[in-house]
Design a protein around this ligand. Structure first.
Ligand SMILES: *Cc1c(COP(=O)(O)O)cnc(C)c1O
Length: 442
């Protein structure tokens, strides 16, 4: 029979036995891992795998690997504000464990639409007739094309037939929507006349002109693109996929107006004013909300999107809608600067961040305060930097920081670890102090 070991302590003692000894039982091994915060059935699976692998001593590290794969809060000290791998924009979610009038009209007592309240808020925020929300911007583009251009042609500049972030490729989204892509112009230059020719070419049936903002890179030199204001003279509806979710170039929610690093970023309000029939954008990039996608513009077109069968498959849940609702209200109240974490972090003065770094270093008695650059992130505003301050440590200690109960994600530069405090909420500074102090202990 296999030896049964009762307590984790007993097992740890056993761990020093050479690995040719008889393995413990699955049950005993699983129980010896109970200090790792995973449901018991997963600990049992790990124990079984470790024993089957012939080295039961691996069980603890296997369980810790699995634990690390579980979704959990982290402290983002990378300096990338909307970090794609860290859930993009940090966002607060306040929801009570109560029912919600998600699709219920409180005035009539009848069925309502989950889009009506949030649609009103977003439409007002960008100066559109109407707006609706789906799961992300890729879904927004897909739905617009499927609802408005199925079996028809959509003109896209060759310079904008791009791949953006995790596999959003314009030609593929187009294909999935059932619309046909008509390439216009060349990779570096596309003029209004190129669009005109494509639209009037015999045999084409252009339903839309799609303008895609190449959010995550910049082409410089001999380049020319056609702005929305010119495209809107073609007599075909223009859809502008602006990507980032900047609501208004003038940033009326920022007391000091638009920051330098935002220059050139297309905004929803101005794209509509320039004549776009619809704009689409992400909710979790510069908008600073939860993962979602917004379609805003002419009411008849938004209504056709909402009525398409795909809208049902792409609809967001109540959690997302409540978070987006709260964020949008902050814009309408012009308090996004204080209350939307993205903007709070993006606009914190470099001086205030340096002061926090000094305090952390004083408290921890380790590290050096250095100037560094933060990035807006989420594949938006390519090349934009926000001057910031961070704490630099010798060597790469990022794995130690990631290993903490509340993991801290930092970056490495020239074999030094840098913690940029711009992306750390000030309330978390004390966690950083403790983590730095713990470096001595470990
Ligand atoms: C980010 C981006 C997308 C994809 O948006 P998701 O919300 O990640 O689906 C599409 N188009 C543009 C221009 C983007 O910047």
């Amino acid at each position: 029979m296999i030896e049964v070991v009762d307590s984790g302590l007993a097992f740890r003692t056993m761990g020093s036995v050479d690995s040719t000894s008889r393995p413990p039982s699955v049950d005993a091994l699983a129980r010896s891992l109970s200090h790792i915060d995973l449901p018991h059935p997963l600990l049992v699976d790990v124990a079984r795998q470790a024993i089957a692998s012939g080295d039961h001593h691996r069980a603890e590290s296997m369980a810790l690997d699995l634990r690390a794969a579980m979704l959990q809060p982290v402290i983002n000290a990378t300096g990338v504000i909307a970090h794609t791998n860290l859930g993009r924009s940090p966002v607060a979610v306040h929801v009570e464990s109560r029912a919600q009038n998600l699709e219920f009209d409180l005035r009539t007592g009848r069925r309502g639409s989950r889009q009506s309240g949030i649609g009103r808020l977003l439409a007002r925020a960008v100066g559109a007739e109407a707006a609706m929300v789906v799961n992300n911007n890729a879904a927004a583009v897909l739905l617009v094309l499927a609802a408005l251009a199925h079996d028809r042609d959509v003109a896209v500049s060759r310079g904008e037939s791009v791949e953006i972030g995790g596999g959003f490729r314009v030609p593929e989204v187009m294909e999935q929507s059932g619309a046909r892509l008509v390439d216009v112009g060349t990779t570096n230059r596309t003029r209004l006349d190129d669009y005109r020719k494509a639209i009037h070419r015999k045999g084409t049936d252009v339903a839309l002109v799609l303008k895609v903002h190449p959010s995550n890179y910049r082409v410089e030199g001999f380049v020319e693109e056609t702005p929305v204001s010119q495209l809107s003279t073609l007599g075909v509806d223009v859809v502008a996929d602006i990507g980032s979710g900047l609501l208004d170039e003038a940033c009326p929610w920022l007391p000091s107006g638009p920051p330098d690093w935002l220059r050139g970023e297309p905004a929803a309000r101005q794209s509509l004013e320039a004549g776009a029939s619809l704009v689409t954008f992400s909710g979790d990039k510069l908008l600073g909300g939860p993962q979602s996608g917004v379609i805003a513009g002419r009411a008849d077109l938004v209504a056709r999107c909402a009525a398409h069968p795909l809208a049902r498959a792409l609809r967001p849940g109540g959690l997302v809608l409540s978070a987006l609702h709260d964020v949008t209200i902050r814009y309408l109240d012009r308090t996004a600067c204080e209350h939307v974490p993205f903007w709070k972090m993006a606009t914190a003065s470099a001086d205030s961040i340096r002061h926090r770094c000094d305090q952390v270093v004083d408290g921890a008695r380790i590290g050096k305060v250095i100037a560094c650059d933060s990035l807006p992130g989420a594949g938006s505003t390519p090349g934009a930097h926000i001057p910031s301050f961070g704490i630099e440590l010798d060597g790469d200690v990022t794995a130690t920081f990631r290993d903490r109960e509340l993991p801290i994600v930092a970056r490495v530069r020239d074999d030094r670890t840098v913690l940029d405090l711009r992306t750390v909420a000030p309330d978390d500074d004390q966690h950083v102090v403790t983590a730095l102090r713990d470096l001595f202990v470990s």
